[in-house]
Design a protein around this ligand. Structure first.
Ligand code: SF4
Length: 229
């Protein structure tokens, strides 16, 4: 059997196994109120992955991510850079809908992040675009808000996977704010350049921040703000 075909079959079956584990996951309270878990969808071999916040009402009903108005906007923006949603992978920090679309709670994010990190490990995207604050803070390990970091790519290691992390506004936030929509459109237009960029040399590993040490990074950010380095 062709090695590439075998690798793809193995990837698809590992993602399917993860999907099955997520669909029966009861690691946090959201299992009690969800209609179904929303694993994410798209190309298992995608070079570009989007990570949003959590499923909303329509996503919870249909079992697919970004199917409402925010999803339509995401599809339009993808179309403008020559991509369809089938050519990327779209997922969320939380796989189950918080009741009433409230914000994710810290213990829910902590319980669910294992699924997201495993998705990234399997898909091995070149660029991970984080949509809004929750995904950006989780994957950068940095508490700085999206307003300050949007459009600024960072070479990071997520688990064992090196990716270009690219924070942008969440399409749902841009739906009703023209100024935010224009910024999102502008940031989106840089995605083809980022996808074509060569990975930085491995020997620049010190430059790759370790995510998920939020206390250290919060202290570092505080020092930076004080002008200590
Ligand atoms: S939100 Fe995540 S951790 Fe909580 S039940 Fe759903 S899949 Fe499990």
């Amino acid at each position: 059997m062709d090695a590439v075909v075998a690798a793809n079959e193995s990837l698809v079956s590992e993602l399917a196994a993860l999907n099955s584990a997520v669909s029966t996951c009861r690691s946090c309270r959201l299992a009690e109120t969800r209609t179904q878990a929303v694993f994410g969808s798209g190309d298992p071999d995608a070079e570009l992955m989007f990570v949003g916040e959590a499923p909303g009402f329509h996503e919870d009903q249909q079992g697919l991510p970004f199917v409402g108005a925010a999803g339509k906007l995401l599809e339009r923006l993808l179309g403008e850079i020559g991509l369809t949603r089938d050519e990327v992978f779209i997922g969320n920090v939380l796989k189950c809908r918080p009741p009433g679309n409230r914000d994710p709670l810290a213990d829910e994010i902590e319980a669910c992040q294992v699924h997201l990190f495993r998705q990234i490990e399997l898909i091995q995207p070149r660029v991970v675009a984080t949509l809004g604050n929750f995904a950006t803070k989780l994957l950068s390990g940095d508490p700085t808000g999206i307003t300050r970091v949007h459009g600024r790519e960072r070479d990071v290691r997520l688990g064992q996977t090196r990716v270009l992390l690219y924070p942008i506004y969440h399409p749902a936030a841009a739906l009703y704010t023209q100024a935010m929509l224009r910024v999102l459109e502008e940031d989106f237009r840089r995605l083809p350049e980022l996808l074509g960029r060569q990975q930085a040399p491995v020997n620049s590993v010190e430059a790759v921040p370790e995510p998920l040490h939020s206390e250290e990074l919060a202290a570092e950010e505080a020092e930076r703000q004080l002008g200590l380095f």
